[in-house]
Write a protein that binds this ligand. Structure first.
Ligand code: BGC
Length: 733
């Protein structure tokens, strides 16, 4: 039967020259569509999870029979070359048309070799590194039979309470777009049919990162302007980079769940952006429209979803149970279903599955390409570059050979290094915890002190004793990794439990003390930023994270990460982000009452977007502009001289921000418009230039057209959004 399929495909190819489908559709797909029964068509719009791992509230028994009957054309949460081959054989050899299955999985920050969580990855501000990480993930996952990853997660977020802030690229649409495009390129490579690539899935479309009160799955509402300006750019960037699938988000937007939102799925995604792939729901998103109060029952929900432009139902079984009826009754046109099937099958064709349905499952490649030394080395370097040195009062780098106390439950945890959504990453593959990695460099005494959570202080005594006997102290504090990610929101963003209390006691000893943070969201570090001599934000740094942290602590690697999200002084400042407007009453007079301010906390965050220290220092010259004005067909260059003023080699991320002083709608005080990473030896200088043209100045104007407006602008360049040089120019349409 397998052979038959190849012959069949070859036959179709021969026929295709004369069979004309809709524009761009693979002729083999058109041929299939003509042969398929209604049930077979619906089968291609159905996606069920295997029983290998379950990533949502429900699991359907009997998915293997569904595959055999041609009623389920896509599977997620099944992997390994052996298992995917077994399921693929059923689809190819035992169903009437032998249409191959599509295998999906959440390969979010690595498959077997786990990279830092995505929030950390974005702090590298390094598209090449991001692309390489996605490439490594694709090589490993595709060898295990997978075709499709549910990444990149493109949800801009200014909400630290939301557990899923850890999965995105932070708060900025420009940086978020660079990250989304880099990951897409990394997964999909040059050619989707290459068996070492994965189909990317843009999620969660749209604005899932803006839930009210920071509670997962909660209502989202905002103006169309803010949606387009602030939230949509990363999704669009991934579409432009060629991603061929999109996942609808769970949330409603303007009262309509994304899963049935024609404005999002049809008007913006397909009509405006020209997206040619297929749209899948997020898990039981279709059925959830009943709870949203948008659909009367699950059948109605299926109708609404398909008619709004959803092509594939993940797990809710609404299409599976009701779509045949819905088409027969005329509630869904058969042509609408055909279009969904066509989109899914065309992606299968693009993946090369009609040429060889087994090309991805390869035990040989799986053995040869998984957790290789090269992959682990890449993960180690990237992990070190994702860490952000928030504060350093001369404590770091630590002295090798000095007696060191290591304190905190997280110091000795390999599991937490992997973070949430760790794909098929296993704790056994983590070679060293932070403690173990430190011990390879220097003699270290360990005391747990306390757990991440709870109020047990019984370990405080031994932690203090360990600290007293040491010359330098490393405390590893933060959140249990299961306190971040999906359905892991918090109403309090302090370091949990009694960890900070222990820190205060240890700090009182007055010894060199560094706090390493493992966490998946901006935390309120107001107290810790005072008590600790140094603060290193390490997120959840992945398989090689223990070594990466030790590399930084002892100065083998110089920190270079920069925050992709603002750290507030307290939760009351949230949402706080650099892309803010000036307001009609900006706070400028220290004693003023009627200005936009708090009485009990400054307006400024604790650590600004773009902040991140190094073991060297950099100085910025004033900005030189090639001209002080330009017009529509021109541009200007803004240049600074960057100098490494410290004692060692280091990498700086030079950031460009713009402010449009007067607009037909108000503009943010600082809008990130570019950045460059520059490596300089001690004493070295270089010029860094940015070109500014009308694209740089474009935005959604009062009439919602996208373009620039004449007027005066400010331009800022610096190493952090709050430490910049300034210049002015004007633009004439
Ligand atoms: C999550 C998605 C994920 C999907 C499949 C959902 O619960 O929201 O991000 O891709 O499960 O595992």
């Amino acid at each position: 039967m397998k052979r038959f399929l190849y012959i069949f495909c070859a036959g179709v190819v021969a026929l295709c020259a004369c069979s004309r489908g809709p524009e761009g559709s693979d002729p083999r797909v058109e041929k299939l569509l003509r042969k398929m029964t209604l049930e077979e068509k619906v089968g291609q719009t159905v996606l069920f999870t295997s029983d290998w791992s379950v990533t949502g509230p429900s699991m359907r028994e009997g998915y293997i029979d569904d595959i055999r009957q041609g009623r389920c054309g896509n599977i997620f949460n099944a992997y390994t070359a052996e298992y995917t081959r077994k399921l693929q054989e059923i689809a190819v050899n035992e169903t009437r048309l032998g249409i191959p299955l599509l295998f999906g999985y959440d390969v979010i920050h690595g498959f077997r070799t786990i990279f830092p969580i995505n929030l950390g990855m974005a702090c590298t501000w390094d598209p090449e590194a991001l692309e390489r990480s996605a490439q490594v993930a694709a090589h490993e996952a595709a060898a295990a039979g997978l075709h499709w990853t549910y990444s990149p997660m493109c949800d801009i977020c200014v909400e630290p309470r939301w557990g899923r802030v850890s999965e995105g690229a932070g708060e900025d649409p420009f940086l978020g777009s660079v990250v989304a495009a880099a990951l897409t390129r990394g997964y999909q490579g040059e050619d989707l049919a290459d068996e070492r690539t994965l189909l990317a899935c843009i999620k969660h479309y749209a604005a899932y990162g803006a839930p009210q009160a920071g509670r997962d799955y909660n209502t989202v509402d905002m103006s169309e302007r803010w949606l387009r300006e602030f939230y949509l750019p990363p999704y669009k960037a991934a579409v432009d980079a060629g991603a061929l699938s999109v996942m609808a988000s769970f949330n409603e937007l303007d009262g309509v769940p994304a899963t049935a939102n024609k404005h999002l799925m049809q008007e913006i995604l397909r009509d405006e952006w020209g997206f040619k792939g297929f749209v899948v729901t997020d898990y039981t998103g279709i059925n959830e429209m009943v709870c949203h109060g948008f659909a009367a029952d699950e059948k109605d929900a299926g109708r609404l979803a398909m008619n709004a432009g959803i092509d594939m139902d993940m797990q809710s079984a609404s299409f599976f149970n009701y779509m045949v009826d819905l088409v027969r009754s005329g509630a869904v046109k058969e042509s609408t279903l055909d279009e969904a099937v066509r989109r899914v099958l065309n992606v299968k064709a693009a993946l090369g599955l009609f040429d060889d349905p087994f090309k991805y499952c390869s035990p040989e490649r799986e053995a040869a390409e998984t957790l290789t030394e090269a992959n682990k080395q890449e993960a180690r370097l990237t992990a070190a570059r994702s860490c952000v040195l928030l504060k350093n009062e001369g404590v770091l780098p630590l002295r090798k050979g000095a007696r060191t106390a290591v304190i905190g439950a997280l110091a000795d945890s390999k599991d937490d290094l992997l973070g949430s959504w760790r794909g098929a990453g296993e704790v056994q593959s983590v070679p060293a915890s932070i403690l173990e990695a430190i011990r390879e460099v220097t003699p270290a005494v360990y005391a747990e002190g306390c757990k991440e959570m709870g109020d047990d202080r019984s370990g405080f005594g031994s932690a203090l004793a360990a600290a007293r006997g040491a010359e330098q102290i490393v405390m590893v504090l933060g959140e249990d990794c299961q306190w971040t990610g999906e359905a892991a929101c918090r109403s309090d963003i302090h370091i949990p439990g009694v960890q900070s209390e222990l820190l205060e006691k240890i700090a009182a000893l007055g010894k060199p003390l560094v706090v390493v943070l493992l966490n998946g969201r901006p935390l309120d570090l107001s107290a810790e930023s005072v008590t600790a001599g140094a603060l290193l934000e390490a997120w959840y740094p992945g398989t090689m994270g223990g070594y990466a942290v030790a590399d930084l602590l002892f100065g083998d690697v110089n920190p270079s990460g920069k925050l992709c999200i603002t750290f507030p002084r307290n939760l009351g400042q949230v949402p706080i982000y650099h892309y803010a407007k000036n307001t009609g009453r900006p706070y400028v007079h220290p004693e003023a009452k009627y200005e936009s301010r708090y009485l009990d906390v400054p307006n400024e965050p604790l650590y600004a977007f773009g902040h991140g220290l190094s073991y060297t220092t950099f100085s910025y010259s004033d900005i030189t502009l090639s001209a002080d004005s330009f017009s529509a067909d021109g541009s200007i260059e803004a240049t600074v001289t960057l100098t490494n003023t410290g004692q060692r080699e280091g990498e700086e991320t030079v950031q460009l921000y713009i402010r449009d002083l007067v607009g037909s709608v108000t503009r943010p005080v600082k809008q990130l418009k570019g950045f460059r990473k520059v490596n300089l030896g001690p004493g070295e200088s270089t010029e860094v230039s940015f070109s500014i043209d009308k694209e740089t100045l474009s935005f959604y104007r009062a009439d919602m057209s996208f373009g620039p407006e004449s007027g005066d602008f400010k331009l800022f360049i610096g190493g952090s959004s709050d430490k910049v040089k300034e210049a002015s120019f004007s633009y004439e349409e």
